[in-house]
Design a protein around this ligand. Structure first.
Ligand code: ADP
Length: 395
């Protein structure tokens, strides 16, 4: 409660209310009895006015006080016999009517005042609530912005993770293969040079040349074995085989790559067959294939104008196969080089490895399937792979 306005203190307000009642009735009496005004004949309106004023400012108590004082004054000063509180029996109805009217006007004024008060309080409450709502709204807005930023960061992180995972796998495979194959090839070159030297001498030493040549055969066989072993990595027995639901895998990959797609304003759509049979395979390697195809599709659409949609379809064929296709509306297969894209190290990208499609094809073939590419009409490319469902459970 503010100390600077004593009228707002509850006790002071009460005293002030009764004071107004006394003052207003006294003023009404003075005016009605002031000779130059000559209002002795119509004091009722003045008293009613005083009662209304008292009830309005002070409420019911001061209103009643003003009513009582006005009735006494009216009786004493205006009803015959004048200057007596005992009115003539014939004047009593006038006194009663005055008192009843005074009570009615007073209570009406007090009720109106209290209604106005409650309205004001309700309005203040409403204002408070609106302010609180505004604050809550602002807080919610800030929180939603924060969440949006966090989601954006998460999407970036997922995209980076997908790219890093692909590059790491391809990089590791390529590096280890290159390193292991390089040694026997280097030895074969040295031995071939030695062989040539023995043969080109003035008196060729055929025995030494034969030994060098057989070392070359050994080196080349070792290189072939390394390549064969690497291919075996994807073959049955060495890889982890389990029942894999391709639809589920598609959905997982979409979650992982959605951020990357959104960043390039690409829509990912699916058309997945229901009740698709599961396939037996290496989940991680098959994920790698799908991720490669999807990332290639996204990369192919990054800079094209118009519709950008990556559509992933799954369906069952009549000869117990599942076929998955990844279609994009990107730049399309490189002209005149479409047959090269599955070759290792073939790439048209400045940062490309050229290994994605060749490894993906090896993985699919190691699972007994096929992977191929087609042009897309009117724009883009489609990559499809099949996997056998023979004697596997449905899922
Ligand atoms: P990289 O992506 O590192 O170039 P890949 O083996 O995955 O290696 O792809 C080889 C090449 O095939 C790419 O450089 C590109 O020219 C072509 N290619 C692959 N996917 C697509 C596609 N969705 N649309 C158009 N061209 C593609």
């Amino acid at each position: 409660m503010s100390m600077s306005n004593p009228l707002l203190w509850p006790k002071a307000r009460v005293i002030w209310g009764y004071g107004i009642a006394l003052l207003s009735v006294y003023t009404a009496l003075l005016i009605s009895r002031w000779p130059p005004v000559r209002l002795e004949t119509a004091p009722v309106s003045l008293f009613l006015g005083a009662i209304m004023l008292s009830a309005w400012f002070g409420g019911l108590g001061p209103g009643l006080l003003a009513t009582a004082l006005s009735s006494l004054a009216f009786d004493y000063y205006f009803l015959p016999p004048i200057y007596s509180l005992v009115a003539k029996p014939g004047e009593i109805p006038r006194l009663v009517i005055f008192t009843v009217s005074a009570l009615f006007v007073g209570s009406l004024s007090a009720a109106q005042r209290s209604a106005t008060e409650s309205l004001r309080r309700a309005r203040d409450d409403l204002r408070g609530t609106v302010k609180e709502l505004q604050k809550t709204n602002e807080a919610l807005h800030a929180e939603s912005l924060e969440r949006k930023h966090a989601e954006e960061a998460l999407r970036h992180a997922q995209g980076d993770l997908a790219r890093v995972s692909r590059i790491t796998t391809l990089g590791e495979l390529t590096a280890s293969l290159a390193h292991e194959v390089n040694q026997p090839i280097a030895a074969a070159v040295t031995n071939a040079n030695t062989c040539l030297r023995w043969l080109t001498r003035e008196h060729p030493d055929l025995e030494e040349a034969r030994e060098a040549a057989s070392r070359i055969v050994k080196d080349a066989t070792r290189a072939a074995e390394i390549v064969g072993r690497t291919r075996l990595l994807f073959k049955k027995g060495t890889a982890q085989r389990e029942l894999v639901s391709l639809n589920e895998m598609v959905r997982e990959m979409i979650v992982l790559l959605r951020g990357e797609a959104t960043r390039h304003k690409i829509l990912i759509a699916t058309d997945l067959a229901t009740g698709l049979p599961q396939v037996m395979g290496d989940r991680v390697l098959l994920q790698q294939v799908l991720m490669n195809l999807m990332l290639n599709g996204i990369e192919a659409m990054k800079d094209v104008d118009g519709k950008r949609e990556l559509l992933i379809k799954s369906q069952q064929t009549e000869n117990e196969e599942v076929i998955v296709s990844v279609s994009d509306t990107g730049v399309g297969l490189p002209a005149q080089q479409a047959d090269q894209i599955f070759k290792a190290f073939f790439t048209t990208k400045p940062q490309g490895t050229g290994m994605g499609l060749s490894i993906s094809r090896s993985i699919v073939e190691a699972h007994g399937g096929r992977l191929w590419a087609d042009g897309n009409s009117p724009r883009g490319a489609s990559f499809c792979f099949t996997l056998s469902t023979k004697s596997e459970e449905h899922g």
